[in-house]
Design a protein around this ligand. Structure first.
Ligand SMILES: [Zn+2]
Length: 303
């Protein structure tokens, strides 16, 4: 159904190759484990490998030693959601990630996500959340996990109020502005000031590959024309069998709605990585369809 652009055609920032020594401002944790810095590393994120498990971390969040976080890659059989199978591989993936982050995998909480705009406060890791796509906590040793394959993951942190948030913002969630709703909830429940909140935008399907037809394009046009940036958000793409396609920039939308919620641009960090361009490294629904696994966005506080 979809034809993908070649990697060459993708206008996204090309990954640089860094050596461990040349990575600027990266705090590589002093640990007995072997830590490798790999090729998706850029000025916003660090690509690491610990004990065979590969993941990304945001430089901005690494500034806070009390925060544990990562965005997983599909390497080393990491798949945080497998449909129709037993949970052995899922638990296995959690264990590998927990080991790499030095956290207890029993304290990971993952909601059943259904592309809603519902954001809830989590107080205990054993809570069960159904039809929830965003979680917030001010508790220590609770590690929030949302999963995705091309959808956007938003990592939130307020260092003043010591609050973390984790949001799954697929295109439907983005249309419903779930990112903004998470900020509103942080303000209401924990008295967070938006200018203190950091939001890191994980790898997701970028404008280069998020191609839709007129019906979906119209939904975005209706919702976001008010931003005054609709020409950048929606780009007229190719024609396939007489049908006009459109490319949508959901990352830009998320940046705009987060700023509207009061976040300052310097506190919005975008990984700039497209999961379809790098489907060898990430699970991608557009590429693998129903066979697709899921990438995990984890965040929590230990202190
Ligand atoms: Zn792409």
């Amino acid at each position: 159904m979809f034809k993908f652009l070649n990697k060459k055609e993708c206008p996204q920032r090309s990954p640089k190759t860094w050596t461990k020594k040349s990575v600027p401002n990266v705090q590589i944790e002093k640990t007995e484990k072997e830590v490798k810095v790999l090729d998706l590393t850029n000025d916003i994120i660090v690509h690491k490998k610990i004990d065979g498990t590969e993941f990304l971390q945001f430089r901005k969040l690494l500034e806070f030693p009390n925060v544990k976080h990562c965005y997983t890659l599909r390497k080393n059989h990491i798949n945080v959601q497998i449909k129709g199978q037993d949970k052995t591989d899922l638990i296995d993936s959690y264990k590998k990630i927990a080991k790499a982050l030095e956290i207890d995998y029993h304290n990971i909480i993952k909601p059943h996500q259904t592309h809603t705009d519902r954001v809830e406060i989590v107080n205990r890791p054993e809570e069960v959340w159904d039809e929830v796509d965003g979680m917030i906590t001010n508790q220590r040793n609770i590690f929030l996990c949302t999963t995705s394959a091309d959808c956007t993951s938003l990592f939130f942190y307020d260092d003043k109020k010591k609050v973390v948030g984790d949001v799954h913002s697929g295109w439907k969630g983005t249309l419903q502005q779930i990112g903004k709703k998470a900020v509103e909830k942080m303000k209401k429940e924990f008295d967070c000031h938006p200018e203190d909140i950091i939001c890191c935008i994980g790898p997701c399907i970028q404008k280069c590959h998020f191609e839709v037809e007129e019906d979906v394009m119209k939904l975005f046009e209706k919702e976001f024309t008010y931003t005054g940036r609709i020409q950048e958000i929606i780009e007229r793409g190719r024609k396939v069998e007489e049908k006009q396609k459109y490319n949508i920039d959901t990352t830009l939308i998320n940046k705009l709605i987060l700023q509207e919620a009061g976040l300052v641009p310097e506190n919005i960090m975008d990984s700039g990585i497209c999961t379809v361009c790098h489907s060898d490294l990430f699970h991608s629904y557009r590429v693998d369809k129903e066979q697709s696994g899921r990438n995990g966005a984890f965040i929590g506080m230990i202190l």
